[in-house]
Design a protein around this ligand. Structure first.
Ligand SMILES: N[C@@H](CCC(=O)N[C@@H](CSC=O)C(=O)NCC(=O)O)C(=O)O
Length: 277
């Protein structure tokens, strides 16, 4: 693992790191904020999965999580959203290909060789960060935005007991039911929609997966709400399944990091209640 940069911030160290991924076959970059802590102490970690078009940098520069993470003693990890590079397949448009990995393991050519973001996030990166940072792997939380909210929900639902806390900002709640999801899952996984269900939070809940509880914030003025995000589908799936969830519609907020950063400290505090008790 190579250190790209470190900066002192909010009583901790904000770092950016690069490593060679065996899953994606590419260099991958991620950021980690480590609050000051006593020598030998291990801290809980909050994973933040980003949305379409993002790298690690969007949340790192605009997420405004550091003060809250320093206050609560939580490490904040922001991975990239896909493999990248001249040798990696890409597509026209910003909602598929590089920057749009959708947290799946692709099965279709030409994507299958590199687009293994599910295994990267579920297996490879956890091992790397546990070896390199003072992380207590028994105390992990996960959150994310939009495509990354979809990633946070589905990864947590598929890995019961792994994350003590799960939240999301404006998540895509059902890729089966929106054009972003149909394009991405169709492209990465092929036309058999049954194979998509393990990447659909509503379908996973319908099939019996559960979380201890869940916090979701959604902007009421988000231009993607009606066509892509469809928060009501998650509310209905949780109601039908008896899944405890706090799903808040925040009037006037859009899809941007102005929205995310407004509620970031509340999400960090919510995770801290479940990770540091
Ligand atoms: N590039 C598009 C806008 C794309 C966009 O809004 N991306 C969101 C995530 S959308 C779902 O996953 C995002 O987080 N963008 C990065 C940011 O820093 O805001 C366009 O130009 O319209």
């Amino acid at each position: 693992m190579e250190k790209v940069s470190t900066n002192r911030s909010h009583g901790g160290e904000q770092g950016v790191y690069r490593h060679r991924s065996t899953e994606t076959g590419t260099e991958m970059t991620f950021s980690v904020f480590v609050p000051d802590h006593a020598p030998g102490t291990k801290l809980p970690v909050l994973w933040y999965l980003s949305g379409l078009t993002c790298t690690h940098a969007n949340a790192t520069e605009k997420g405004e999580y550091r003060a809250a993470c320093a206050e609560h003693g939580i490490i904040f990890l922001a991975p990239d959203t896909s493999p990248r590079g001249a040798d990696v397949p890409d597509a026209e448009g910003w909602d598929f290909g590089q920057g749009a990995g959708f947290y799946v393991d692709a099965t279709q050519a030409p994507w299958a060789a590199n687009f293994r973001m599910r295994s990267y996030i579920e297996s490879e990166l956890p091992e790397l960060i546990a070896a390199e940072f003072p992380i207590d792997s028994e105390r992990q939380g996960i959150t994310g935005h939009s495509m990354g909210g979809h990633g946070a929900l589905t990864i947590s639902l598929r890995n019961p007991g792994r994350f003590r806390s799960t939240s999301a900002f404006a998540p895509i709640v059902s890729p089966l039911a929106c054009s972003w999801g149909e394009k991405a899952l169709g492209g990465y996984l092929g036309p058999d929609r049954a194979a998509w269900r393990e990447y659909d939070a509503c379908a996973l809940i319908e099939n019996g997966a559960r979380l201890p509880d869940l916090l979701v914030d959604q902007g009421g003025a988000d231009g993607f709400l009606e066509e892509q995000l469809k928060t009501d589908l998650l509310r209905a799936a949780c109601d039908r399944a008896g899944q405890t969830a706090t799903i808040r519609m925040q009037a006037g907020y859009d899809h941007s990091y102005y929205f995310i950063s407004t509620f970031m400290a509340e999400h960090v505090a919510w995770h801290a209640e479940r990770l540091t008790g």
